[in-house]
Write a protein that binds this ligand. Structure first.
Ligand code: NAD
Length: 325
C-alpha cells in the first residue's frame, strides 16, 4: 500500500486519516483529491500539508479524466469524498446521488482501469436503517430511510458489484457516528459546542430519544487502516464500539462540559425522517485486531477544547449554517 489516493481528505474524517497514513513508514505517497465543497478545507490538513509525502489535488471525483490519471499513479484508494449531512439531503438529494453514487462509480471505473491493489469505500451504519432491537451485522438488510443513507447504500452496492463483476479489490467500511476535532459545525456535537461557546441555546429534535453510537474519529480511522491493510476483498466491515447515547443523554454530557443547565435547551419538531436507533455488531473487524480506545467524555472534552481554541475555523461556517435553520 505504498502510494495511497485519499478522496475527501480535506474533510473531517479524511483529514484525520491522512495524518495517520503519513505517520506510517510503509506509506511513501499520499495524494488527497478533494473538490473543497462547503465541507472541505485545506486547513483541516494543517501541518500535514508540509509533509514531502503529501500531494493535494483540488478536483472532483466525477472528473473521469482526472481520476483516471490519479488512480494509475497509486496502489490503493481510500474513498471518503461524499455529501455527508443528512439534513441537507432533505432539500438537495440530487447532489447526494450525483456525488455519492455517480462519483463513487467514476472512481471505481478508474480503479478498475488502473488495476489498483486495494479500494476501501467508506460508508455508514445509516445504510441499515432503524433497528427496534438487536444489532445489524454485515449481512443485515439495507433499509435506508433518508436520501443521504440511501445514496450511501447505493454506492456500497455499486462498489461491491465492482468486486463481483470485475474483481476490483473493494472493501466497504460502515462506521457509527463520528465525533472529534475539525468536524463541520452543521453536525450535532460541534453545533452544540459552538452554540454554547457563543452563549446561545441548543435545539433538540423531537423528544431527544434518538439513539446513536458515538465513535471517536481516530477509532474509525484505526478501523479503516485495519481494513486497508488486512480486509478481505469483497467484504464489508462494521466499525462500532463507541458509546450508545440518546440525543438527550448526549446533550447532558455536552452541557456538563460547559457547566450549563437544561434551560439552554430548546425542543424543536423532529426531522422529516429521523431513525430512532442504530446498532451494529462489529465482531468481524475485531477479529482483524480493531479495538476502539477513546473514552467518550475525554474525547468530548478534547473536541470542545479544539472549538474553544479555533473560533476562526468555525465561526464563518456557523454564520452560513444559521441561514439554513
Ligand atoms: P465531510 O463532509 O466532512 O467531508 C467530505 C469531503 O469530501 C469534503 O472535504 C468535501 O470537500 C469532499 N467532497 C465532497 N464532494 C466531493 C466531490 N464530488 N469530489 C471530491 N471531493 C468531494 O464528511 P466526513 O464526515 O468526513 O465523512 C467522510 C465519509 O465518511 C463520507 O463518505 C461519509 O458518508 C462517511 N461517514 C461519516 C460519518 C460521520 O459521522 N461523519 C459516519 C460514517 C460514515
Amino acid at each position: 500500500m505504498a502510494r495511497v489516493l485519499v478522496t475527501g481528505g480535506a474533510g473531517f474524517i479524511g483529514s484525520h486519516f491522512v495524518r495517520r497514513l503519513l505517520a506510517c513508514d510503509d506509506v511513501d505517497q499520499v495524494t488527497v483529491l478533494d473538490a473543497l465543497t462547503y465541507a472541505g478545507n485545506v486547513e483541516n490538513l494543517g501541518e500535514a500539508m508540509l509533509s514531502p509525502k503529501l500531494t493535494f489535488v483540488p478536483g472532483n471525483i466525477l472528473d473521469a479524466r482526472l481520476v483516471g490519471l490519479l488512480t494509475r499513479e497509486h496502489t490503493a484508494v481510500v474513498h471518503f469524498a461524499a455529501e455527508s449531512h443528512v439534513d441537507r439531503s432533505f432539500y438537495e438529494a440530487g447532489n447526494f446521488l450525483s456525488t455519492n453514487v455517480l462519483g463513487t462509480h467514476t472512481l471505481l471505473a478508474a480503479a478498475r482501469g488502473a488495476g489498483v491493489l486495494r479500494f476501501v469505500h467508506v460508508s455508514t451504519d445509516e445504510v441499515y436503517g432503524p433497528l427496534a432491537s438487536g444489532q445489524a451485522d454485515e449481512d443485515a438488510p439495507l433499509r435506508p430511510t433518508v436520501p443521504y443513507a440511501a445514496s450511501k447504500a447505493a454506492s456500497d452496492l455499486v462498489a461491491l458489484s465492482f468486486f463481483q463483476t470485475f474483481g476490483v479489490p473493494v472493501c466497504v467500511t460502515r462506521s457509527s457516528n463520528n465525533y472529534g476535532p475539525r468536524q463541520h459545525p452543521e453536525k450535532i456535537i460541534p453545533l452544540f459546542i459552538t452554540r454554547l461557546l457563543k452563549g446561545h441555546q441548543v435545539t433538540l429534535h423531537g423528544q431527544g430519544q434518538h439513539l446513536r453510537n458515538w465513535l471517536h474519529v481516530e477509532d474509525n480511522c484505526q478501523g479503516i487502516e485495519r481494513v486497508l491493510r488486512d480486509g478481505v476483498p469483497g467484504e464489508v466491515y462494521n466499525i462500532g464500539g463507541g458509546t450508545d447515547l440518546t440525543s438527550s443523554e448526549l446533550t447532558s454530557r455536552i452541557l456538563a462540559l460547559f457547566g450549563a443547565s437544561w434551560d439552554r435547551v430548546r425542543y424543536i419538531p423532529d426531522r422529516a425522517s429521523n431513525d430512532i436507533r442504530y446498532a451494529m455488531d462489529w465482531s468481524k473487524i475485531a477479529a482483524l485486531g480493531y479495538r476502539p480506545v477513546h473514552d467518550l467524555d475525554q474525547g468530548l472534552a478534547q473536541t470542545a477544547d479544539w472549538y474553544r481554541h479555533n473560533p476562526d475555523r468555525w465561526a464563518p461556517l456557523l454564520r452560513k449554517e444559521t441561514q439554513h435553520a
